[in-house]
Design a protein around this ligand. Structure first.
Ligand code: SPD
Length: 289
């Protein structure tokens, strides 16, 4: 006799799909096997879904922040590029990054003595610890410190100086909007040491061309060196994601030192990727003119 297995989630869920609308008329659709968490924090809507192809995904404000399958690309690329250029990145500041993935990568470098993460939304940190322990693995490191504050307010007020600032924000809607403005970039510049580096995630050149243009204009008004680099992230809009390397002194290619890292076990970043990531297609170069 066969047994009917009842799903506690109901029969329809097995045909459930999540669509992130990337821009008018375009979206990424993933088949969902379970909804694990849905809440509205003081700052945003937070969802954790389990997808068939990419494993668990953290969705903030309707936009995918990480998936288990491809988070390594983003987190390795926002962290290791600058960490292989700066000779002494002792004091690192992460703005946003509540899931902990950037913190995890930064802490792989033994030259980092302190890594502070300023995340506005404590619920994102809690959700990541609960559902993404492999991403949140750096929170227990004695060099890590988590501050719950607005990142823009923090850099405007802190008396501390940093060697490296990584702006691991969500998209420029909702609470993260301010992290793409010139005022924030100027405040970040001011709290960097004289040879400091600032790296920011700068959205999709394919789908957010106007945003990308504005962001680079704002950055170039502040930093003497601003160079875009790219990474392939399957679940981000357009699958092609951009980052800005902004610096007071160092050049991302001339001052690149593969030996600074002395780390193994990365799944995306390597010396060839470091160099190749700064090669831009012509339509992307045109956004920066
Ligand atoms: N559209 C997605 C942009 C997300 C950038 N931040 C991701 C945070 C991961 N730590």
């Amino acid at each position: 006799m066969s047994e009917v297995v009842k799903s506690e989630f109901g029969p329809n869920l097995w045909n459930m799909w999540f669509t992130e609308f990337n821009k008018e008329g375009v979206g990424l659709t993933l088949k969902v096997s379970r909804v694990l968490h849905s809440a509205v924090s003081d700052f945003q809507r937070i969802d954790v879904i389990e997808t068939e192809e990419f494993g668990k995904a953290l969705v903030l404000y309707g936009s995918i922040m990480i998936t288990e399958k491809d988070e390594f690309v983003y987190h390795e690329m926002i962290s290791h590029v600058a960490l292989h250029v700066h000779p002494k990145p002792s004091n690192v500041l992460i703005i946003g990054g509540g899931d902990g993935g950037t913190l995890r990568e930064v802490l792989k470098h033994q030259r980092v003595q302190s890594a502070q993460m300023v995340e506005i939304d404590p619920e994102v940190v809690e959700v990541s610890k609960r559902f993404f322990p492999a991403v949140a693995s750096g929170f227990g490191d004695p060099r890590a410190k988590v501050i719950h504050d607005d990142g823009a307010r923090f850099v405007a007020n802190t008396q501390e100086k940093f060697d490296l600032i990584l702006s691991d924000s969500s998209d420029p809607v909702g609470p993260a909007q301010v992290l793409f403005q010139q005022t924030f970039y100027q405040d970040a510049f001011n709290v960097l040491n004289d040879d400091g580096i600032f790296v920011a995630q700068t959205e999709s050149p394919a789908f957010h061309a106007d945003n990308v243009r504005k962001i680079y204009k704002n950055l170039s008004a502040v930093f003497p060196t601003v160079m875009m680099y790219l990474a392939h992230i399957p679940t981000y809009p357009g699958s092609l994601w951009s980052f800005a390397f902004c610096s007071k002194r160092y050049h991302p290619l001339e001052d690149f030192r593969p030996e600074y890292g002395n780390i193994t076990g990365l799944d995306y970043y390597n010396a060839d990727i470091h160099r190749g990531a700064f090669a831009l297609p012509n339509y992307v170069k045109a956004l920066l003119l």
